[in-house]
Design a protein around this ligand. Structure first.
Ligand code: ADP
Ligand code: ZN
Length: 295
C-alpha cells in the first residue's frame, strides 16, 4: 500500500491526513487556519515522521498553478491576513523531498469524486462548494481544468430573483453567485444562519434559483457528465429537488440528454465522499503527483 499525505487547506481550518490508493484515510488531524508561518509549522510537524511517498495539497485560493511561473505554489490575492503572496508550496517543499500535487480545494474535490465518489469512472464532472464562499472545480476529458489562472466560477454574475433585495456580500462584486448564495448571504439576507431557517422557508427557493442558474451555465458551457454540489449550505437537502426543477425549467428541453431530462436527480447530486470530499481530493492529487513522478 502506498502512503500518501493529504492537506485540505481551508480559510477556516486545515485538515491533514494519510491515505492510500484505495482512497482510505488512515489518520487525520485538524487545526484552525492562522498566520501562514504557524499554520504550516503545524503541517510540517504532523508529516515529519509519517514517511509519506507524496503529498497532495488542495487549497483555498486564488493560487498560482502555472508551473512555469516563479510564483508557482503561491497563494495570490486572498484577503486572508498574511496569506496574500505567500509561498505555501515552497515552504513545504523545503521540508519534504517528495512529489507534491498542488491545486484548488475544489479541483481537488472534483478529482476525488471522479476517482472514488459520485462521478467515479466518468471523464468529466463539475464540483461546486457552497460554504463560506462558493468555489467550482472542473474535470473534463480526463483532467482537471487549469486554464489561464484557474476557474473562478463562484464569482459569475447572476440574474436577480425578482423578490430578493439583498445586495450580496462579495467584497469584489457584491451580488455575484458567491455574494448571493454562500453561507454568509443567508445571515445577511434573513438575519439568522442557514441552519436556523425552516426547511420550507422562502430562503431555499431563492437559494435554489441562484444555484440552478450557475449550474445551468455549467451544463451549457462544459456539458459535464455529473454535477456535484457540496459545502455546508448543501447540507440543506431540500435544495436538491428545488435545484433540479429549476435547472430543467432553465434548460427548457433544449439539451435533450436522457441523463438530464429523465434522471436529473442522479445527475445533480451531493458528494459521494460526503464531508471527506476535500481531504480525499487532496489524497487523489498526491497519488496523481506520485504517478506523474514515476512516469
Ligand atoms: P468552508 O466553506 O469554510 O470550508 P463549509 O462548507 O462547512 O465550510 O461551509 C460553512 C458555511 O456553511 C457557513 O457559512 C455555515 O453557516 C453554512 N452552513 C453550514 N451548515 C449549514 C446547514 N446545515 N445549513 C445551512 N448552512 C450551513
Ligand atoms: Zn464575487
Amino acid at each position: 500500500m502506498t502512503r500518501i499525505g493529504a492537506i485540505e487547506a481551508g480559510g477556516t481550518k486545515f485538515v491533514c491526513g494519510i491515505g492510500n490508493e484505495l482512497g482510505q484515510i488512515e489518520d487525520r488531524v485538524s487545526f484552525p487556519t492562522g498566520q501562514p508561518e504557524e499554520t504550516l509549522a503545524q503541517v510540517i510537524d504532523y508529516f515529519r515522521d509519517k514517511q509519506v511517498e507524496a503529498i497532495g495539497v488542495g487549497t483555498f485560493g486564488p493560487i498560482n498553478i502555472d508551473k512555469n511561473s516563479p510564483q508557482y505554489g503561491y497563494v495570490t490575492t486572498t484577503p486572508k491576513p498574511g496569506w496574500s503572496n505567500y509561498p505555501f508550496l515552497g515552504t513545504l517543499k523545503k521540508e519534504f523531498a517528495v512529489p507534491f500535487g498542488w491545486d484548488t480545494d475544489v479541483n481537488a474535490a472534483a478529482l476525488g469524486e471522479v476517482t472514488w465518489g459520485a462521478a467515479k469512472g466518468l471523464d468529466s464532472c463539475v464540483y461546486y462548494t457552497i460554504g463560506t464562499g462558493v468555489g467550482v472545480g472542473v474535470y473534463t476529458e480526463g483532467k482537471l481544468v487549469h486554464g489561464l489562472v484557474h476557474p473562478e466560477g463562484g464569482h459569475v454574475p447572476i440574474r436577480r430573483h425578482p423578490e430578493d433585495t439583498y445586495g450580496g456580500f462579495c467584497p469584489y462584486h457584491g451580488d455575484c453567485l458567491e455574494g448571493l448564495t454562500a453561507g454568509p448571504s443567508l445571515l445577511g439576507r434573513w438575519g439568522v444562519k442557514g441552519h436556523e431557517l425552516p426547511v420550507d422557508h422562502k430562503a431555499w427557493e431563492i437559494e435554489a434559483f441562484y444555484i440552478a442558474q450557475a449550474v445551468t451555465g455549467a451544463i451549457l458551457m462544459l456539458s459535464p457528465r455529473k454535477i456535484i454540489l457540496g459545502g455546508g449550505v448543501m447540507h440543506q437537502q431540500q435544495l436538491f429537488p428545488l435545484i433540479h426543477a429549476e435547472v430543467l425549467k432553465n434548460l427548457a428541453g433544449y439539451v435533450s440528454a436522457p441523463e438530464i431530462i429523465e434522471q436529473i436527480d442522479s445527475y445533480i447530486v451531493p458528494p459521494g465522499l460526503g464531508d471527506n470530499a476535500g481531504l480525499s481530493g487532496s489524497l487523489a492529487l498526491g497519488l496523481e503527483a506520485l504517478a506523474a513522478h514515476s512516469r
